[in-house]
Design a protein around this ligand. Structure first.
Ligand code: NAP
Length: 250
């Protein structure tokens, strides 16, 4: 990776997105943070600067097509190119029995996790083609590979992310754009904290679910994403990289 490269990171205001922004900044990559929360995104940019790089925040709701289109336009307007994208914005429903899930929750989850990833690639890819190629990583989950009970919509959405990733990877394989997915196990972020809350037993269960004996840290996913984006992964496309402490191997 060289200091001239530019990356868009959706969901860069916290958690895995923030850690990846910092990891890319350490590689000299300039980052464009896309999320809805301004203060948290500015905090990410402070960390990016401390890590020795530069970036901007573009307030974006990934479910709104014109905002995603504008995100890519502003990124290219500022830095003149787009090399990498980490399409990572996502949300999960509260664990609920299958039959008690609502249409509203279904639409929200699908809009952010699936439509958001699709829209992001729809506008990123033409820009990458203009500079002769690029690399994209989409955030799936272990729930994209195996099913988790009580979060069926999230499970379906993360399976769909893999479908989008593989279809796009096939179409652009000869055009110099590699497109992969990362599938994390449970990672200590705001989303995870919201999920486990103050339930000590659930926390212990989550640790024990991972053969490695603990849940992951955002930096551990960031390292996987940086590798997938880098030229070191030059023969890797359409792949799902599990970073799950062995969870799916059980
Ligand atoms: P997080 O800290 O809650 O981050 C979620 C990010 O998504 C935030 O930056 C949030 O930003 C952004 N986001 C949500 N809705 C958005 C929207 N409509 N438009 C733009 N941005 C939106 O949790 P995280 O764990 O880092 O989650 C990142 C990704 O990892 C998600 O796709 C999640 O499904 C996936 N994942 C997480 C885990 C885990 O255990 N933590 C495991 C597997 C996969 P704003 O609120 O500022 O918009």
């Amino acid at each position: 990776m060289t200091s001239q490269k530019v990356a868009i990171i959706t969901g860069g205001s916290s958690g895995i997105g923030r850690a990846t922004a910092v990891a890319l900044a350490k590689e000299g990559v300039r980052v464009v943070i896309a999320a809805r929360r301004a203060n948290e995104s500015e905090e990410t940019l402070e960390l990016v600067k401390k890590a020795g790089s530069d970036g901007i925040f573009v307030k974006t709701d990934v479910t709104r097509e014109h905002e995603v289109e504008q995100l890519v336009e502003l990124a290219v307007g500022k830095y003149g190119r787009l090399d990498y994208a980490f399409n990572n914005a996502g949300m999960v429903e509260d664990p609920t029995s299958f039959v008690d899930q609502t249409s509203t929750v279904f639409d929200n989850i699908m809009n952010v996790n699936v439509k958001g990833v699709w829209l992001s690639m729809k506008y990123e890819i033409p820009q990458m083609l203009k500079n002769g190629g690029g690399a994209i990583v989409n955030t799936s989950s272990v729930a994209g590979v195996v099913a988790l009970a009580q979060v069926p919509i999230y499970t379906a959405s993360k399976h769909a992310v893999l479908g989008l990733t593989k279809s796009a990877a096939l179409e652009y394989a000869k055009s110099g754009i590699r497109i992969n997915a990362v599938a994390p196990g449970a990672i200590e972020t705001e989303m995870y904290e919201q999920f486990v809350g103050d339930n000590k037993h659930l926390r212990e269960t989550m640790n024990a679910m991972h053969p490695i004996g603990r849940v992951g840290r955002p930096e551990e996913i960031a390292n996987a994403v940086v590798w997938l984006l880098s030229d070191k992964a030059s023969f890797v496309t359409g792949h799902t990289l599990l970073a799950d402490g062995g969870l799916v191997s059980r």
